[in-house]
Design a binder for this molecule. Sequence first.
Ligand code: GLU
Length: 316
Amino acid sequence: MTEISDPRHYDLEALRARVRTERGGEVDDSIPQLANADPDLCGVALCLPDGTVRASADSRVAFSVQSAVKPFLFALALLDTDGEALERVGIEPTGESFDAIKLESGTGRPPNPMVNAGALLTASLVDGSDAEARSHRIARGLAAFAGRELEVDEDVAHNEHLLGDRNHALAHLMRAEGTLTPSADDAVAVYARACATLVDAETLAVMGATLALGGVNPRTGERTVPARVARDVVSVMATCGVYDGSGRWMRAVGIPAKSSVSGAIVLAVPGRLGAAVISPPLDAQGTSVRGHLMSEALSEELGVHSFAVGSVRPTP
Ligand code: GLU
């Protein structure tokens, strides 16, 4: 049996060293800024309920948050619509890739808030009378989760807006179905800007901890969203957060999480901790290869797999 470690003393440097030799996966090449990411970047950070952040090397290297922003967009949409967002977006896993051109049959709603269609919609539901106001509201909301102001990489925002053909297609499709209110272009602009928000592993761990701790940021003490909203968001991360790899993830790691094309993964262990990993090479489902390995090790060695009774060894 693996001995369970205390997260306050767990050796994150040793964990990082264990996975750094892994060479699998491909860096995303959808925009130049992502294609140029350093494939050797590798960091892991934890944030505990008392606000302590523990982190390995590379945990302060900035990267664009990409889809790891989706749980927070969902949270802000739930908050700003007083829960009505739950009527506007489904919560079922798709078994398909993050940018599949598909809406829920019968309703025309996006299938869930963790795929692109859903995040385009949730980003359009936050308070604000136009795209600029909604982007501003999202920036304020993300800052509360992070406990600090976050910058946007303008080149990433610009390129994702310009080159995100599938996102434009999804937004137009939702307009045609009557599920998206703003113009397709505004919806893509706001979503692209949210994805271009710069974070690092330490910051993302704090954001994950805020969801894991019922919406209260453990570093600032600020309540970002009601506990019910945090619960709902973490539930949907558990079922849909790793796209068409969600089932495999839940068996192996057992922690609600959200993956992203930048190679970051944000994890929320309810009541216990938030974590984040970053390593750009991705597997076929868009999950960081080293990030998956580090998350699996954390789950087992900290004893935080949702469904493990005691400590279990992974199946070979
Ligand atoms: N900004 C990316 C896109 O919309 C996010 C996808 C992801 O991180 O999985 O294509």
